[in-house]
Design a protein around this ligand. Structure first.
Ligand code: BES
Ligand code: ZN
Ligand code: ZN
Length: 499
C-alpha cells in the first residue's frame, strides 16, 4: 500500500472513500468533517442528531454517493470521548475503518489526520499511527490458501493535512510508521507460517534476507560450532529433531565503534510438541508460533537498521524444534549450559528457558551492556495476565521504566512482574545446580528466575509473550493469528536509547 501525505481540500480529493473522524457525545462536526457536512448539505449532522453516528470508539458509518464531494463514499469513524483519546485510538480507528472499507471493495482511501488537536496528538504522531494502523489492520496471511480472497486490497491511503500540519514532518512520521508496521507484519508472517515451512533453517534464511535487505551483518552458527562452544542446554532440546539447530546472530553497528549497547535475544522453537513430556493434542498446532520471540527479534533488528539508528545492537536467536523420539532428551537427564551450570531436566516441555540459557550466555559473553529476551515462555504468564498483556521481568528498575514507556508508545501492553527471592528455592535440584522447572505456582516467575541465572549482573529484562503473541480474533489493529508483539515496543525502545 502506498501511503501519501498531501495538502489540500478534502472535499476535492478523488477516491473510493473518504475517512473522517467524529468525537463521541458531540453534536457539532469539526474540521474536515464539518467541511464535508457542508458539502453534503448537513447530511452528517442530521445522522448525528438522529443518533446513527454516535462517535463511539471504532464505530464506522458509511454514506454512499455523497453529492458535493469528489469521493465515492464517506466513512465517519468514531474516536470515542475527546478527553479519553490518545494516539492508540487513532491507530485503532484507522485499522478498523480501513478493514470495513476493504470489505466493501474500496481500493483508494483519503483521510483526515485523525485525532489532531488533542494535547498529545500532533499531525506527525497522528500520521505515524495511521500508517501503522493501516498496515497492521489490513494484514492477512494467505500464503497457503489457493482460493482467491473475497476482497481486493486497498492500494492507496492519502492523508490530507490540515493547515497546521507540516507535510515533511508528517511524511517522515509515515515512513517511521511504515518501517515499524512492516517489521511487525514480518514477525507475524514468520509466526503464522506452518512449522514445516518455518524450521530453524527457514528462520536462518529469513534472517539472512532481512540482513541483506536492511544492511545487517549475519552469522548463522551451526551445530558443530554450537558443540564447540559447549551450549549443552540448547543442544539437548535440539537432539530429538532431524532439524539441525541454528544459532542466528545479527549485528547492527550504527553506533560507530564501541561495544554492544543492547542485545535482543528471542526464543525460536519452531515447533514445541513438549518433547518426551509431550503436550496434550488440543491446540498443539498453535505451538508452531513458539518462535514468535525469535521472529520479533529478527524483525526488530531489520527495522532498527532501516531507521539507521545510532546505536550498536546485537540480535541472537536460538532456533530449534522440540520433538520426542529415540534421540530426544528425557526427564531426569542433566544438561550442561555454556556457562558451566548443570541443569536437571524435570520436563522436556520447559525447553524455551534451556535454549535461552545458552543464548543469553552468548549475548553476555559478547559484552552486551544490557540484554532483553523475548519468549513465548509460559502458559502460567497467560494465566496471570491473559492474552493481551506481556509480562516484564527485570533486574533493573530503569530498564523496566523504559520498556513501559516504549510499550505505551507502541500500544502494546506491558506489565512488570515481581521476582521474589524466596521463590528461587523451587529451582534447587538434588543432582544438578538447577532444575528446569519450579513448583505449580508462580510458574512465569520461576521461569524468569531460571533465566536470571544466566545473565549474571548484566541489566536484563525478560518479556514473556505467551499470551499476546497470538490473537483469537481481530481487535483494532490486531488481526486473528500472530500479532507481531513486541516488535514495535523493541524498536521504540532502541529509538529512545539512541536519541
Ligand atoms: N511454549 C510453551 C509455553 C506456551 C504455552 C506458549 C501456551 C504459548 C501458549 C513452553 O515451552 C511450555 O511448554 N511451558 C510449560 C512450562 C511448564 C512445563 C513448566 C507451560 O507453560 O506449561
Ligand atoms: Zn514447551
Ligand atoms: Zn515452548
Amino acid at each position: 500500500m502506498d501511503i501519501k501525505v498531501i495538502d489540500g481540500d478534502i472535499t476535492d480529493v478523488e477516491c473510493d472513500a473518504l475517512v473522517l473522524p467524529h468525537w463521541e457525545g458531540e453534536e457539532a462536526c469539526e474540521g474536515a468533517l464539518a467541511a464535508a457536512d457542508k458539502a453534503l448539505d448537513g447530511a452528517v449532522s442530521r445522522l448525528v442528531v438522529q443518533g446513527e453516528i454516535k462517535g463511539k470508539k471504532n464505530e464506522v458509518t458509511v454514506i454512499h454517493s455523497p453529492p458535493g464531494l469528489a469521493a465515492a463514499r464517506v466513512a465517519v469513524v468514531g474516536l470515542g470521548k475527546r478527553d479519553e483519546a490518545d494516539v492508540d485510538g487513532v491507530r485503532e480507528a484507522a485499522a478498523v475503518a480501513l478493514r470495513v472499507l476493504r470489505g466493501k471493495g474500496v481500493r483508494s482511501v483519503a483521510s483526515a489526520a485523525l485525532g489532531i488537536g488533542l494535547d498529545d496528538i500532533t499531525a506527525a504522531s497522528s500520521a505515524q499511527a495511521m500508517a501503522e494502523g493501516a498496515l497492521l489492520g489490513l494484514y492477512t496471511f494467505r500464503r497457503h490458501i489457493t482460493k482467491e480472497a473475497e476482497h481486493g486490497d486497498i492500494d492507496v491511503l492519502t492523508i490530507v493535512a490540515d493547515a497546521a500540519g507540516d507535510i515533511s514532518l508528517m511524511e517522515e512520521a509515515v515512513r517511521r510508521g511504515v518501517v515499524l508496521a512492516e517489521a511487525a507484519n514480518l514477525a507475524r508472517d514468520m509466526a503464522n507460517e506452518p512449522g514445516n515451512f518455518m524450521t530453524p533453517v527457514d528462520m536462518a534464511r529469513v534472517a539472512a534476507e532481512v540482513a541483506r535487505d536492511c544492511g545487517l551483518e549475519i552469522t548463522v552458527i551451526e551445530r558443530e560450532k554450537i558443540e564447540e562452544m559447549g551450549m549443552g542446554a540448547l543442544l539437548g532440546v535440539a537432539q530429538g529433531s532431524r532439524e539441525a539447530p541454528k544459532l542466528i546472530v545479527l549485528r547492527y553497528d550504527g553506533g560507530g565503534g564501541g561495544g554492544v549497547k543492547l542485545a535482543l535475544v528471542g526464543k525460536g522453537v519452531t515447533f514445541d510438541s513438549g518433547g518426551i513430556s509431550i503436550k496434550p493434542s488440543n491446540k498443539m498446532e498453535e505451538m508452531k508460533t513458539d518462535m514468535a520471540g525469535g521472529a520479533s527479534v529478527i524483525a526488530a533488528m531489520g527495522a532498527i537498521a532501516r531507521l539507521g539508528l545510532k546505536i550498536n545492537v546485537l540480535g541472537v536467536v536460538p532456533a530449534v524444534e522440540n520433538l520426542p523420539g529415540g534421540a530426544a532428551f528425557k526427564p531426569g537427564d542433566v544438561l550442561t549450559a555454556m556457562s558451566g551450570k548443570t541443569i536437571e531436566i524435570i520436563t522436556t516441555d520447559a525447553e524455551g528457558r534451556l535454549i535461552l540459557a545458552d543464548a543469553l550466555g552468548y549475548a553476555v559473553k559478547e559484552g552486551a551492556e544490557s540484554v532483553i529476551d523475548v519468549a513465548t515462555l509460559t502458559g502460567a504468564c497467560c494465566v496471570a495476565l491473559g492474552d493481551t498483556v506481556t509480562g516484564v521481568f527485570t533486574n533493573d528498575d530503569a530498564l523496566a521504566e523504559r520498556i513501559a514507556a516504549a510499550g505505551k508508545t507502541a500500544g502494546e501492553r506491558m506489565w512488570r512482574m515481581p521476582m521474589p527471592p524466596e521463590y528461587e528455592e523451587q529451582l534447587k535440584s538434588d543432582v544438578a545446580d538447577l532444575k528446569n522447572v519450579g513448583g505449580r505456582w508462580g510458574g512465569a516467575i520461576t521461569a524468569a528466575q531460571f533465566l536470571a541465572e544466566f545473565v549474571g549482573d548484566t541489566p536484563w529484562a525478560h518479556l514473556d509473550i505467551a499470551g499476546p503473541s497470538l490473537a483469537a480474533k481481530a481487535r483494532g489493529f490486531v488481526v486473528k493469528g500472530a500479532t507481531g508483539v513486541p516488535v514495535r515496543t523493541l524498536v521504540n525502545l532502541v529509538i529512545s536509547a539512541s536519541d
